[in-house]
Design a protein around this ligand. Structure first.
Ligand code: PGA
Length: 251
């Protein structure tokens, strides 16, 4: 618990046609209209326009799940920040573990995307998190520290206000295994300490750090009760209003 606002984001990953995305977006608008926290929906690129039209003017921000590291040019299959801006996207999720580990994105590439997105006025959710072998080797804090430091290299103190960090232990994503609130809080506190070292205590105190990895209605409140956990980045449970809304409205 802190003075920081809670920020609950849904990462819809590679799910939903436009019609399905529209149904979910309409349900979220209706059911979150009195919600007190900050919300975000991040559908696939193909549904951004559809979802954007439905959530425009509501308390739900429009997020993209990635962007290209260049503004434009010969980059077959990539999507540019200029195109995302044109669709009304406000936030870009970068460095998601599926980008890091399935598509081999490294810290340097992620850092380039972070800087480009900030330069174009977006909010960025920078994801960090260790793999199981790294946790078992006692390296969870060090891995998250490196990903944070390298991901934010060259980011100015002024731009840090548009950065959100999502701690997502890779072994907890989509596996049903959640980090205990205590274990997650240790890493969140460490990330906050790293930000304090880089940007000062005031900036660290304001930084929103979301937890991600099998967040469900049953565990959201316990996670959110921790001092350093300021919200959630939700995958599987974000695909249905029945499971996302109770997380978003956690008591
Ligand atoms: P999950 O995904 O909630 O399905 O574990 C979280 C994420 O990858 O952002």
């Amino acid at each position: 618990m802190s003075n920081r606002p809670y920020y609950i984001a849904g990462n819809w990953k590679m799910h939903k046609t436009r019609a399905e995305a529209a149904d979910l977006a309409k349900a979220l608008v209706a059911q979150l209209k009195d919600g007190k926290h900050t919300y975000l929906a991040a559908p696939s690129f193909t549904a951004l326009e559809t979802v954007g039209a439905i959530i425009k003017g509501t308390n739900i921000r429009l997020g993209a799940q990635d962007c290209a590291c260049e503004e434009q040019g010969a980059h077959t299959g990539e999507v540019s920040v200029l195109q995302l801006k044109d669709l009304g996207v406000q936030t870009i999720i970068l460095g998601h573990s599926e980008r890091r580990h399935t598509y081999q994105e490294d810290d340097a590439l992620i850092n380039k995307k972070v800087k480009l997105a900030l330069q174009h006025g977006f909010e960025v959710i920078l994801c960090v998190g260790e793999q199981l072998s790294e946790r078992e080797a006692g390296k969870a804090e060090a891995v998250c520290e490196t990903q944070t430091v390298k991901g934010l290299e060259g980011v100015s103190p002024a731009d840090l206000s548009r950065i959100v960090i999502a701690y997502e232990p890779v072994w907890a994503i989509g596996t049903g295994k959640t980090a205990t609130p205590e274990d997650a809080d240790v890493i969140h506190a460490h990330i906050r300490k790293v930000i304090g070292r880089l940007y000062g205590g005031g900036a660290a105190e304001k930084l929103i750090i979301q937890y991600g990895g099998s967040v469900k209605p049953e565990n959201a409140a316990q996670l959110m009760a921790k001092e350093n956990i300021d919200g959630a980045l939700v995958g599987g449970a974000a695909l249905k209003a029945e499971t996302f809304v109770p997380i978003a409205l956690f008591a």
